[in-house]
Ligand binder design. Structure first.
Ligand SMILES: *Cc1c(COP(=O)(O)O)cnc(C)c1O
Length: 434
C-alpha cells in the first residue's frame, strides 16, 4: 500500500478532527507508516520532522524503546480492568508519583484532556455544594483560553472558531483579560501586562465571586491562542486573588505539563499550588490517551462521607487504564534517568541561538520562547498563511501547523542539532517567500 491508497481510503472512511473534509481534496492527509525518534515516515518512505510533537503530546520521540518495553510488559499482565471497585499497581504507583511531584493528590483519571477539564469543573462546583455554597456555579477563564471541546470544556474555552457554532449549547462563562505579553503598551514590561490583567480579574471577582466556583487557566502559555506567553507573576497574583475571593484555581497543565515550559509543571515557575491540576498529553509521552485531575485534601475531604450522592459520581470506561499508566510511569522514569529538565535547558538555549536569524527576520514579530516552545508572529501573513506554510514545510520534510499568523515549534525533547538546523533552514526559506 502506498500513500495514495491510504489517502483515498481515509477520505472515504474517516471524519478527520478539526478539519473541513472538503479541504482534503486539495490538502490530503499525510499517511504515516511508522515513527522513529522525532521523525515520522510515510508509506512511500519519505521522512518528516515532527516539529509539533504530534499535537503537543510526544515528549521523547516515536517508538521510544523504554516506553515500548513498559507497555509490552504490561500487555502480558493486564491490559485493562474496571477501576470502580478494583485497583492495580500501575495506577497506584502513578498516583503516588504524581502526588509527590505536584503536592496535590487524590488522582482522578479520564482519557482525554477535555474530560480532565470536565472533571475539574464538576469537582469544583460540587465542593462548593458540599460545603454549603451551592450558588457558586459559574466559571471564569482567560480571554483566548483553550480547555478542550466537549460542551463543558468548550464553555470555558474562548476560541471563536471552535465555539461560535455551538454557542447555543454552552453554559455562559466569564472571560477576563489574558496576560498575553504581546499586549504590552509602549513602556510596559511583561510584568506590567500581568498586573493589568490581574486588575481585570480582581474587578470580575469583586462583582462575581459569590457565584463563581473557579478560575481556569493555562499556566504560562496559552497554546491554542497561538502560543501566547505571559509572565509567571500573573499566576502569583491570580493565586492570591482566588484565595482572597474564595474561588478555586484550576491549572490546565494539559499542554504545558511535563517539562514543556522548562520546569516539570508550569505552576512551579510562580511558586504556586493550584486547587486542581489537569494533566494529559505528555503524561504518557504521547503514547496512549490518559488524563488526570489532582486536587487538595480539602477538596477531597468535602466529598468523603457516608452518603453516596456526596461522592464524586463520575466515570469513564477506561479510567486508569493499566497500559496508559505504565507508559506514564516509563515517562517519569525517563525524566529521572536522563535528567531531562536540565538537559532540555541546555538544548533549548542552543536552539534559541540557532534561531537568531529567524528572530531577527524582517517579517517576524514577537519572537518568544518558554522552555521547549518557540513561537513568533508573521507581520504580513496573507489569508491562508497557515495552510500554505504547512504545505510548503511538508514538501521540505517538516511537519508544522501554524495557528493563524503564529508559527510555533514544539518538538519532541529528543530533537538533535541537525534536525534543529533543518527546522531553522526551512523556516527562513519559507519566510523568504511571499
Ligand atoms: C489539548 C488541550 C486540551 C484538550 O485535550 P484533548 O485531549 O484534546 O481533549 C485542554 N486544554 C489544553 C490547554 C490543551 O492544550
Amino acid at each position: 500500500m502506498h500513500n495514495q491508497d491510504w489517502i483515498t481510503r481515509s477520505r472515504a472512511a474517516l471524519w478527520h478532527p478539526c478539519t473541513q473534509m472538503k479541504h482534503l481534496e486539495a490538502e490530503p492527509p499525510l499517511p504515516i507508516a511508522r515513527g522513529e525518534g522525532p521523525w515520522l515516515v510515510d508509506y512511500d518512505s519519505r521522512r518528516y520532522l515532527d516539529a509539533i510533537s504530534s499535537w503537543w503530546v510526544n515528549l521523547f520521540g516515536h517508538a521510544e524503546p523504554r516506553i515500548n518495553a513498559a507497555v509490552i510488559d504490561q500487555l502480558g499482565r493486564i491490559e485493562h480492568v474496571i477501576l470502580a471497585g478494583c485497583t492495580h499497581g500501575p495506577v497506584v504507583e502513578l498516583s503516588e508519583r504524581l502526588a509527590a511531584l505536584t503536592g496535590l493528590g487524590h488522582a482522578f483519571y479520564g482519557s482525554d484532556g477535555a474530560s480532565a477539564t470536565e472533571i475539574a469543573l464538576k469537582m469544583s462546583f460540587q465542593y462548593w455544594r458540599n460545603v454549603g455554597r451551592p450558588e457558586k456555579t459559574h466559571f471564569v477563564s482567560l480571554a483566548n483560553g483553550y480547555h478542550g471541546e466537549t460542551l463543558g470544556a468548550l464553555s470555558v474555552t474562548d476560541v471563536a472558531i471552535f465555539k461560535e457554532t455551538y454557542a447555543p449549547l454552552l453554559r455562559p462563562s466569564r472571560q477576563v483579560m489574558s496576560p498575553d505579553a504581546r499586549q504590552a503598551l509602549p513602556g510596559e514590561t511583561d510584568g506590567d501586562v500581568a498586573r493589568r490583567a490581574a486588575r481585570d480579574l480582581e474587578a470580575c471577582l469583586q462583582t462575581h465571586a459569590a457565584t463563581t466556583a473557579a478560575l481556569i487557566l493555562e499556566p504560562l502559555v496559552q497554546g491554542a491562542a497561538g502560543m501566547a506567553m505571559y509572565d509567571p507573576l500573573y499566576l502569583t497574583l491570580a493565586r492570591d486573588l482566588c484565595d482572597r475571593y474564595q474561588v478555586h484555581l484550576i491549572a490546565d497543565e494539559i499542554a504545558v505539563g511535563f517539562g514543556r515550559t522548562g520546569t516539570m509543571f508550569a505552576c512551579e515557575q510562580a511558586g504556586i499550588r493550584p486547587d486542581f491540576m489537569c494533566l494529559s498529553k505528555g503524561l504518557t509521552g504521547g503514547y496512549l490517551p490518559l488524563s488526570c485531575v489532582l486536587t487538595t485534601d480539602e477538596v477531597y475531604d468535602s466529598f468523603y462521607d457516608d452518603a453516596t450522592a456526596r461522592g464524586f459520581l463520575h466515570s469513564h470506561s477506561y479510567t486508569g487504564n493499566p497500559l496508559a499508566c505504565r507508559a506514564a510511569l516509563a515517562v517519569l522514569d525517563i525524566f529521572a534517568q536522563d535528567d531531562v529538565i536540565a538537559v532540555n535547558r541546555a538544548r533549548a538555549a542552543r536552539f534559541t541561538d540557532m534561531l537568531a536569524p529567524v528572530a531577527a527576520h524582517g517579517r517576524v514579530r514577537h519572537f518568544r520562547r518558554r522552555g521547549m516552545i518557540w513561537a513568533f508572529d508573521v507581520a504580513d501573513a496573507a489569508p491562508g498563511f497557515a495552510a500554505d506554510f504547512h504545505r510548503h514545510a511538508l514538501a521540505r520534510g517538516v511537519l508544522l501547523r501554524p495557528i493563524g499568523a503564529s508559527v510555533y515549534f514544539m518538538p519532541p525533547y529528543v530533537i538533535g542539532e541537525a534536525e534543529m538546523a533543518l527546522l531553522v533552514d526551512v523556516t527562513l526559506d519559507l519566510l523568504g517567500r511571499r
